[in-house]
Design a protein around this ligand. Sequence first.
Ligand SMILES: [Zn+2]
Ligand SMILES: [Zn+2]
Length: 418
Amino acid sequence: MAVSVTIHRGANQIGGTITEIATEKTHILIDCGAALPGSYGTVRDEDIVKMLQEKRFDAVLFTHYHGDHTGLMDRIPVDVPLYMDEVMKTILTTLNQYTRNEAMNALLKNADGRIRTFLPPKAFTVGDMTVTPFFVDHSAYHANMFLIEAGGQTILVSGDFRSAGYLGKSLQEIPKLLEKFHKTVDVLLCEGTMMTRSVKAERLLNEWELQKEAETFLQSHRQAYVLCSSTNFDTISSIYHAARKNGLKVYANGYICAMLHTFSDIAGKQTGLYRLKGVRHSRQLTDEAKDGFVLLLGTCLGMSPRGLDYFYDFLTDGVEEPWLIYSMWKGYLNPKHSAYNSHLAGFVSRFGERVNYAHTSGHADRKTLAHFIEAVKPQKYILPFHTENAEGFRGLGVEDKFKAMVKVMKDGELIRIG
Ligand SMILES: [Zn+2]
Ligand SMILES: [Zn+2]
C-alpha cells in the first residue's frame, strides 16, 4: 500500500495551484488554478489543460474560490466530479453572473450533478480515499484544508490559510480536530506564500486592528475610496463597520453589491459582523452624498490606463479631498516586483499623498507557519507549495526534526509514501 503526491504546479510559485494525490486505484487533484500575474514558473496554463485531457482523474477537490485555485475549473473534462464547499459554490455562482463565463455558468448550474458539495468537518470518500475537510481562516471566506487518508497514509493539504482574520481561531481548531478524530499526519503539504511576499516596509495588521485604524481614519477623512478585493469579505466588513460607526454610507458597483448581498445572506446568519446591509449602488452617490461616503472600488487590477483615468476623473468630480484606502498587497505598486501593475500604480499616484495603506494579509506569516507545523506534528514529510521559497521552510523557527522533514519538490515530480 502506498500513496503518491505530485505538485503539478506550485512547487516554486504562488498560485496556479494543482496537486495530485494517487493510489493504484484512485487519482484526485486538489485545486486547479490559473497562474497568478507576477508569479510564473515553467508550467503554463496550457500545459495543465493538456495534462487534464491526457490523464484520468476520479475527482477534483477545491479548497476555496480564489482564481489561483479555481481558474482552470472550466477546462476539466466534463465527466470528472468536482467537490467544493456549499458556500464556495454559492459565492462562485454570484461571481460568475458578472464575469459572463458561459462554461462556468453552465457548470455551476450543476444540471448533471457533477458538483458535489461537502460540509466541514464531515468526511466523504472518493474511490479508496477518505477526505475530511477542515474549515480554516483565509482572505477567501470558507476556505478548507483537506485531510486525505489513502494507501495507509494520512496527508494534510493546507490550501491557503492564515490566522489574522475574524475567523483566525479556526486554525487552532485543526490540531484539536486531528486529536479528536485520532488522526496522525504523515505528510503535510503546506503553503508558503509569505516566505517571500512579506514586504519589510509593509505593516501587516490583523482584521481587528484594520477596523480600528479605519474607524479612526474615517473620523477625519470623510470622502474615501477603497481598493480591496470584492471577495475579501473580512476586510470589507472591517471598512463597512468603520464607516458605519462614523455615520458614513457605503457605496459600491452592482457587482460588489451583489457579492456582499450573497455573503451577508450566508455569513450574516452567524454573526452581526458579517451583516453588511444597506450598501448602496454607486449610481446613488450624488453630489450631495459626496459630503461623506466610502466607495468600494474592488481591486481595479484588470482595468486599462484610460479606463482608470476616466474612472478617477468621474469619481472624484466634486470631491474636495479624495482619499484612498489601499487595502491590498503592496507588491502591485512596486516597480521592482514582477507583479508590478503600472496602471494601478498610476491610478494610486493620482491621489498623491492622500493614500492610507492598511492591509491584512490572506496568508500565514512565518511565525504562524511555525506554530501550525509544530501543532500538526507531521511524521514523515513537509512538502512546501504555493511558494517562491520552499527552501525557506528549513529556516522556520521549528524543532530540527521538522526542518529535516522539509522536502523541496519540483513541479511534476512524484513522491511515493509508504
Ligand atoms: Zn492561493
Ligand atoms: Zn487564496
